[in-house]
Design a protein around this ligand. Structure first.
Ligand code: GLU
Length: 551
């Protein structure tokens, strides 16, 4: 037995499994050529952010469009920073926004897939097997330095104007003898396992980032910690083992990880693993007054994926919008292929934004209005009801209580020629349909806004006369004929043309008269089509509102 094997056994007597045995349980995936295996590897330290959702959508699309696999792995090696419920929020948000997960933890606490476990905290034995191997190969070593000793090293480095950290001649425990290690262990001192970095700052590494292109950086020479004193690996080490065993081919992640690439490349090299391709994404930006800035998890309510769920953006709208952010030629494709699902568009890393894409809320709203305008009333009803169940009890009750009425309300203006675009999200529903419900109407509408051409007395006369003409079985032409006659009888032009030619001759035009009816029935001057609305409201509701106004 060599000295190094003795050392490895001394430090990890309980670890008996060999890396080869573990590798055999995680055989290479059998996938078609070119298939990409991608992953979302969050630390469960909070809610899924919009940026996280964006990166994840890219990963999932890349896997999906190449016939590959997209999986989720929870990087929970730092238990102190863990936030309760964040794994559930992340999985739920991904599902909600149409990101389908092939493998990983499930909401019921289990997992799917044969490359698990998919939580790093359940994989400690796996990491330790490789740690032991690196110790045997003299590629890693135990370090017993205390916090104070490390501080002292840093101070000396600063005084000598040298790079700080644990490397080269400063790595004082790099070459301990077996006896020295025994001595330290006997005194009960905790230890970490460090990489014996083969790198030098005089060398530069080159690699091609999928998004940022060719990158050159100094090689890593730090003897970074691989395993902490509690036996749990650091993120760097764990992710290399996992990406290897789980067969990851492409990693898309935030560019805050770009500076770690030299460490990651070195780890893959030392472990003799083939490394995945990396694509580093600049953070999404938002407008703050006239200037652009990054989203702030702490300041911005709209920085989490949950916000878009709670506001009731349909998942499809968010996906459609993200597609426009991911590839600049998506909109063109969408126009040319209006009825294809977005999943038919192949995203391409060459067309991704190298600097941060701007997340524009107005644009999202417009995309979402389009998406909702193409839905059937039934679809709107189903999705809105689902949303309301979780976020708006009152609306949920109303939608449940009379589905037929709700369907006829949502059905107004759902025509391909002139689609209704008044809903960007389900939380807009209250505002847009409240007036169809009498109790809501009565409790919220206190003043009837009138068009400028009509005063209160005139409006009363118009409404009183209209009540006598009202017959909801009239077809649209007959109905409008009556409104025109009514206009004429009150001194308003029955045609817009007539009014334009000779405005002084009239009190206003037929549009003003219709506006009075609209306002009296809904409490507002802008609504979908008046005739359709009255049909939906039904005769007795219409009569009672007309009556309420004249009283
Ligand atoms: N767990 C890391 C994070 O929270 C993942 C980094 C990576 O994707 O490699 O961002």
């Amino acid at each position: 037995m060599t000295n190094r094997s003795e050392l490895a056994d001394l430090l990890f007597p309980q670890v008996t499994i060999q890396p080869e045995q573990i590798a055999a349980q995680n055989p290479p995936r059998s996938l078609p050529p070119g298939a990409k295996v991608t992953r979302f590897a969050p630390s469960p330290t909070g809610f899924l952010t919009v940026g996280g959702l964006y990166a994840t959508m890219i990963s999932e699309r890349m896997a999906r469009q190449s016939g590959g696999v997209f999986y989720v792995r929870i990087e929970d090696t730092d238990k102190k920073r863990e936030v309760q419920g964040s794994v559930e929020d992340m999985i739920e948000s991904l599902q909600q926004f149409g990101v389908s997960i092939d493998e990983g933890p499930t909401l019921t606490g289990g997992e799917t897939g044969s490359y698990g476990p998919y939580r790093q905290s359940s994989r400690v034995g796996i990491y330790q097997a490789w740690i032991k191997r690196l110790l045997e190969l003299d590629l890693a070593y135990p370090c017993f330095c205390t916090e104070e000793e490390l501080n002292e090293i840093r101070e000396r480095q600063q005084a000598a104007k040298e790079n700080t950290g644990y490397y080269g001649k400063w790595a004082v425990h790099r070459n301990m003898t077996l006896d020295e290690v025994r001595e330290q262990l006997a005194s009960g001192r905790p230890f970490v396992i460090r990489l014996k970095s083969p790198g030098s700052p005089d060398n530069r590494i080159k690699y091609t980032d999928l998004i940022k292109g060719d990158i050159e950086m100094p090689e890593n020479d730090q003897d970074i910690v691989l395993l902490k004193s509690d036996g749990v690996p650091t993120y760097h080490f764990a992710h290399a083992i996992d990406d290897h065993l789980m067969g990851t081919t492409h990693v898309f992640r935030g560019d805050e990880w770009l500076s770690s690439v030299p460490i990651h490349l070195q780890l893959f090299q030392v472990l003799e693993f083939r490394r995945p391709e990396y694509g580093h994404l600049a953070p999404l930006m938002k407008m703050d007054g006239p200037s652009k800035r990054k989203f702030s998890k702490r300041k911005d309510r709209d920085a989490t994926a949950h916000y878009y769920r709670s506001q009731g953006y349909p998942s499809l709208a968010v996906s459609e919008y993200f597609m426009t952010l991911i590839n600049s030629d998506y909109e063109e494709w969408r126009l040319a292929n209006p009825s294809e699902p977005y999943t038919r568009f192949a995203i391409n890393t060459d067309k991704m934004n190298v600097s941060g894409a701007l997340f524009d809320m107005n644009k999202l709203n417009d995309v979402s209005k389009d998406v909702i305008s193409r839905m059937s009333a039934e679809e709107v009803y189903t999705l809105a009801s689902e949303w309301a169940k979780a976020y708006d009890e009152e609306l949920s009750r109303r939608l449940d209580a009379d589905k037929t009425y709700a369907l006829s309300i949502f059905g107004i203006g759902r025509t391909p020629e002139k689609p209704r675009k008044d809903l960007a999200k389900w939380s807009d529903i209250n505002e847009t349909i409240a007036y169809y419900y009498d109790d809501w109407f009565e409790s919220t509408v206190h003043d009837i806004p009138l068009p400028a051409a009509v005063d209160e007395t005139k409006a009363q006369q118009i409404v009183r006369d209209y009540a006598r003409l009202l017959d909801l079985s009239d077809d649209r032409d007959v109905w409008f004929g009556k409104v025109k006659d009514l206009a004429e009888a009150h001194g308003f032009a029955k045609e817009m043309k007539l009014f334009k030619k000779n405005p002084e001759a009239y009190a206003g035009h037929v549009g003003d008269v219709a506006a009075v009816l609209r306002a009296v029935l809904t409490g507002r001057l802008q609504t979908p089509d008046l005739y359709d609305m009255m049909q939906v409201m039904g005769e007795s509701r219409v009569r009672s509102r007309l009556g309420r106004f004249v009283e």
